[in-house]
Design a protein around this ligand. Sequence first.
Ligand code: TXA
Ligand code: MG
Length: 329
Amino acid sequence: MILRLATPEAIADAAEHIAEGRLVAFPTETVYGLGADATNSRAIAAVFAAKGRPVFNPLIVHVASFEAAERLAEFSPAARNLAKAFWPGPLTLVLPRRSDCPVADLATAGLDTIAIRVPDHPVARVLLKATGRPIAAPSANRSGHVSATRAEHVAADLEGRVAMILDGGPTAHGLESTVLDISGSAHYETGDAPLMLRPGAITAEQIEAVTGQLLWRAFDAEEQPASHPTSPGQLASHYAPRAAVRLNATDVAPGEALLAFGTPALLTTGPVINLSPTGDLMEAAANLFAALRALDASGAKTIAVMPIPERSLGEAINDRLRRAAAPRP
Ligand code: TXA
Ligand code: MG
């Protein structure tokens, strides 16, 4: 039985698996992570194999505290401020790697930067404390699939490829962390201003309120600075369900499933999931991936998606939906 309720005993067993180089899927406040000892390059290689992910993509390294993060990366005063404001929480900071950083080069794809966050989830935090080492964890789904927000989704994607799945129930945010590059190295155009590499659970407005600086954004493929590494979240067709996805739908064709937002929803006799009947973007984010999976499972060939406002968390929701709708490779 690899799917286990996240009891203290199960978390202790999971920590042992990680210490011995095996993979454990665990809940965070954003999505489930596929965790491995970040200092063990064989374990990291196993993560790439389990995900079916191209090896040049760097992983997020999770730590239990700011102090643990300081042992891995250099923090500028601006970076420290952001960490103090948002950790624990769904903000990933891309920082210069310390020269004595013990994280395997494979986990950071050989870059001189490292992506770090302190997750805000009791199971993740107990697991990190119990292992006493950084845990590299991409989202716990097969590469290109929708991220997993429930333990059963992880099992559907990764059964047989992980030593254990810790079940901590559905995740609170339902969207991955926001990835912010404040390494000051990768962006020739932005000077020292923070560069948002992936919109996510922390909004641009929230970050700007702390830094007092306008954010640069690099996740539009066309605006991608040439010097910056491609990240999987930036692949156009990432987050793809099996069904085709049609955005900004104003009607529903026969045979289509409907991903609705707000009230009234479009009329249809087919399968419908409303991300938030009241038009609440937080609720919509939390429901997004599970809704895409469920509509996919309905067997519909196409999922029609009602328009979602681009403000606040809508930016990250629309980013995921545009990727889901992008032409497949
Ligand atoms: O919410 C989340 O962030 C989840 C949970 C499990 O923490 N994790 C997650 O990891 O979404 P993953 O591997 O699916 O996405 C990591 C993102 C990718 O877009 C990756 O390219 C970027 O972070 N990234 C990691 N290291 C980087 C670096 N050194 N420079 C630039 N981007 C980096
Ligand atoms: Mg992912």
